[in-house]
Design a protein around this ligand. Structure first.
Ligand code: SF4
Length: 380
């Protein structure tokens, strides 16, 4: 568990020990018994109540968003791939058309951060397809193979309502939505008319364009970007995108400008703001440290950060190379030794690599980290 830096140690929290005895002796006037929890929300990030941003749009603003969504589909430059195709007639790199979005799983999900999954789960919608091609992707069957079923925006909205009403989830969590932003925008507007009233989470790789983030402004409550790597050589080799780093920097700044630092209601559930993730990669802790420094200097020292340790080799990593032939120094051909692909990241992350990123984050002035403490309670 991290301690707050000294400069912040005077900020009061909501952690108060329970009184050992009731203050009032009259049984009918006993104070309600509050269970003791490790819950401490700095007051500036504590909300009395919360109304999702999409509920605050005027009908004129909502109509404008609809028109913009349709226009983008007809000339799609919505993500940094900038294919410029008419998605009503063909598809771009993401291989997804205009009328529907392909969805793999819709379900209450309890594998997210405690402040996102809460008590009843996060209403997760896993979109198939992706605009990145990460060689280590841990959802590659969904992201790269486009398994799933097609849903129109209205059908998506009906699923959001089911998650809210039947699943009693805390939010709608749109996972890997960068390539279906127009469909997502239309679905949120439909769901608003149907009575949706829980926050919308945009859970992305940070490989978003400013155009699509501006289209989402006013509709998304929580941005959950994953800042993956820092070096251009890494993004080219491991994500198959040369401009990932500049794009992620621009995207995270725009997300933070829209919704600010992460805020919670008193039950510990996040309602609005940015929750930034970074998955520490084996042998790449120097990139993680640079990302932490950049975030503190250019976005906010109060940014809520989840430094993740659960990397494991997947997708193309560790797979055997096809056997190849090569010419030796003497000019003879021989079979190349069998190697695995992306051998440099074909292992788990070491504790010291993880700690070096966490230490760099603290040194840079970041202090709001997502962790589950030993008692599985919230640490906010
Ligand atoms: S969303 Fe798809 S079609 Fe549009 S620019 Fe990105 S990859 Fe190309």
């Amino acid at each position: 568990m991290y301690l707050l830096p000294k400069a912040r140690s005077t900020i009061p929290t909501l952690q108060r020990p329970l009184p050992s005895r009731p203050i009032c002796r009259k049984p009918s006037l006993l104070l309600p018994r509050i269970p003791h929890r490790s819950l401490g929300i700095p007051p500036q990030y504590l909300l009395d109540d919360y109304t999702p941003r999409y509920q605050l749009l005027t009908s004129i603003e909502a109509s404008k968003k609809r028109s913009q969504a349709y226009a983008h589909l007809a000339n799609c430059n919505l993500c940094p791939r900038r294919c410029g195709v008419n998605r009503y007639e063909t598809t771009g790199m993401c291989l997804i058309g205009a009328e529907t979005a392909k969805v793999n799983v819709i379900a209450p999900h309890r594998g997210e951060e405690p402040c996102i999954q809460g008590f009843h789960g996060s209403g997760s919608v896993f979109f198939s397809g992706c605009n990145l091609r990460c060689v280590f992707c841990q959802n590659h069957d969904i992201a790269h193979q486009r398994n799933g079923f097609d849903l129109t925006p209205t059908e998506l909205a009906e699923w959001y309502m089911k998650l809210q009403v039947t699943g009693n989830v805390h939010n709608i969590n749109l996972v890997t939505p960068e390539h279906v932003v127009p469909q997502v925008v239309l679905s949120i507007l439909d769901a608003r008319d149907m009575g949706l009233r829980i926050p919308i989470i945009y859970n992305s790789s940070a490989f978003d364009s400013l155009d699509s983030l501006r289209l989402l402004n006013g509709l998304v409550d929580i941005y959950l970007p994953d800042f993956k790597v820092w070096k251009a050589s890494s993004s080219k080799r491991l994500l198959k995108a040369v401009d990932y780093v500049e794009t992620a920097m621009e995207s995270v700044k725009e997300m933070h400008a829209q919704v600010g630092d992460l805020s919670f209601t008193s039950d510990g559930i996040a309602q609005r703001g940015v929750l930034l993730r970074h998955l520490v990669m084996p042998g790449m802790e120097d990139e993680g440290r640079d990302i932490m420094r950049w975030l503190a200097e250019n976005v906010s020292q109060d940014l809520y950060v989840h430094i993740m340790e659960q990397y494991h080799p997947d997708a193309h990593v560790g797979k055997k190379r096809r056997t190849t032939r090569r010419r030796t120094d003497s000019g003879q051909e021989e079979e190349a030794k069998e190697e695995v692909r992306y051998a440099e990241i074909n292992r788990a992350v070491r504790d010291e690599e993880l700690m070096s990123v966490k230490d760099a984050a603290i040194e840079a002035g970041l202090w709001r980290f997502c962790e589950v403490n030993e008692k599985s309670m919230f640490h906010l």
